[in-house]
Ligand binder design. Structure first.
Ligand code: AMP
Ligand code: MG
Length: 267
């Protein structure tokens, strides 16, 4: 058994009370890797049927501090899935065109169509995280966004989207090690931006902004999952388990074939 950490809608979450290195169950790195492999095979099969059925969409939203493992989780849990039935969108600093629209415009455009699995590497939540921490819009504006996000997500759920919202929870010390590794490894250096050091100084403000986003946008329809992410193998296990369970629950079915095809032989 391994579980993401969930909490009741309306309850205020305190990140300091959740151990980012916590492991539930008696998993080891090796048994977790085996399970992730098994989950991958099941997920690939179900994703094919989801695509054939063309009824439901799944949206995996990944949020977390720099180095929390959003890219790594995507690489692990999405590998092997038919690329035609999934798409990954990474949300960066908005372009001037995007800024000329409401904050959900670019997000709505990237939501998965029926039959598909969409993955958001960062998301609309940046608009109450980095935007709030850096005062990129007036307080009144970002404060109004939690409700707008809840309504937007409700709209998508009504349209057939199932959300898996994951917050990859790491400790400040684990971030230090991972940032240092990016500097020290020539193959990882491209991932390091000098601005990451300034962002790290704002750690408490980000944690506060995350606590509000997690608490205010944790709805019955689109709940948040907190994923202890100091151990990469456990993070991968929890996210892959969530994707598998979600697809199993949707239980997609191959569309019924035309009965006229029974016994038909092609000459
Ligand atoms: P990375 O994920 O490392 O490629 O970095 C993407 C950067 O884009 C991060 O610094 C995000 O905070 C930033 N970003 C994403 N969405 C927004 C947004 N809506 N407003 C401002 N910055 C954003
Ligand atoms: Mg970065």
């Amino acid at each position: 058994m391994c579980r993401s950490i969930t909490f009741a809608p309306g309850k205020k979450v305190k990140l300091a009370d959740i151990d980012p290195a916590g492991v539930q169950g008696d998993w080891t790195k090796e048994t977790a890797a085996e399970r992730v492999k098994e989950n991958s095979l099941v997920t690939q099969g179900l994703a094919d049927i989801l695509y054939a059925e063309n009824r439901h969409a799944v949206l995996l939203v990944l949020q977390g501090m720099d180095t929390s493992g959003k890219d790594g989780a995507i690489r692990t849990v999405m590998s092997g899935i038919n690329p035609q039935s999934c798409q990954v969108t990474s949300f960066k600093v908005p372009s001037s065109e995007e800024l000329d629209h409401d904050f959900l415009w670019r997000i709505h455009h990237a939501t998965p169509r029926r039959g598909n699995i969409g993955v958001f590497n960062r998301s609309h939540y940046e608009d109450v995280l980095v935007v709030r921490v850096h005062n990129l819009v007036p307080e009144k504006e970002w404060k109004s966004r939690y409700q707008r996000i809840n309504e937007f997500e409700e709209l998508l759920v009504d349209g057939g989207v199932t959300f898996i919202k994951c917050f990859l929870h790491i400790s400040k010390d684990e971030q230090r090690k991972r940032l240092q590794a990016r500097i020290d490894d020539p193959l990882k250096r491209w991932k390091f931006a000098v601005g990451d050091i300034d962002e790290r100084k704002l750690w408490p403000k980000y944690q506060q902004a995350y606590e509000d986003a997690l608490s205010k946008c944790n709805t019955e329809l689109a709940p948040w999952h907190i994923v202890p992410s100091d151990r990469k193998w456990y993070r991968n296990l929890v996210v892959s388990e969530l994707l598998r369970k979600t697809l199993e629950k949707l239980n997609p079915k191959v569309p019924a074939a035309d009965p006229k095809l029974d016994g038909l032989v092609i000459e």
